[in-house]
Design a binder for this molecule. Sequence first.
Ligand code: AMP
Length: 283
Amino acid sequence: MKESARQARAESRIIGFVPTMGALHAGHTALAQRAKQQCAPVVASIFVNPKQFGPNEDFTKYPRTLEADCEKFSAAGVDALFLPAAAEIYPSGFRTYVTVEGLSDRLEGRSRPGHFRGVATVVLKLLEIVQPNFAYFGRKDAQQVRIISQMARDLNLDTEIVVSPIVREPDGLALSSRNAYLNPDERRAAIVLHRALEAARAELTAGVRDSLHLQSIIRRALQAEPLAAVDYAEIVDADAFEPVTRIARPCYALLAVFIGKTRLIDNLYIEPVGDSGELAYHL
Ligand code: AMP
């Protein structure tokens, strides 16, 4: 992989990179399609990174669908698929980790200690190997892409981080490899995340700017679903990922909710446009 990346760079080709953990869905292929519009070659990776899973998380049962994944990436125009083994990425004696301070221990990081250290470490390694000009990430994992962008800036990486919108099912559920864990009742219940974010958007459209009010609207919507248990539901500044009191700059409404045993995340990105106090919403 490194050798062909070096060669592509030497030929001044524009390398696009889509890192994933596989079990591909239309959210992943949308990233590849976007890369395809801007880059050649497009490289995608599938690596279920053991270091970003906690001891009681789903590393061993994470869905692995390699054959179908190859077909999907190939249909999306991916030129090269990088499938490293865990022992190649973390040979014995591996000791170096990346920690993006401040952003990594709140929200997802608080619920999943060590998660972002594992993510930042593997993403830096993958970027070093693939040497992409552009790397493509989904806004579904808003805190993750914020942390990766910070890392890219702090470590002077030669890669521009590109963020794409969330791809959803027709009923609003954000596509996720973990949706495969849901039984039919849970699948029906899972739309409550999107419904809660839609409720917040309706309040914002009606002029509400107070975060506590929005948070209570979101929590009430989530509590209406008996199969849902809220991990967190917060309104945060899109830069610092710290709580805000009023929506006056780019913000996220961030959700992590258990549907049965399956933990799902989703978010609404809220962005002021112009000076009029008007907002744009990205669900
Ligand atoms: P994963 O395989 O879950 O690690 O995700 C790989 C990449 O796909 C990450 O950049 C995710 O943010 C992105 N992604 C996952 N789900 C979606 C989605 N529903 N819409 C857009 N991007 C997504």
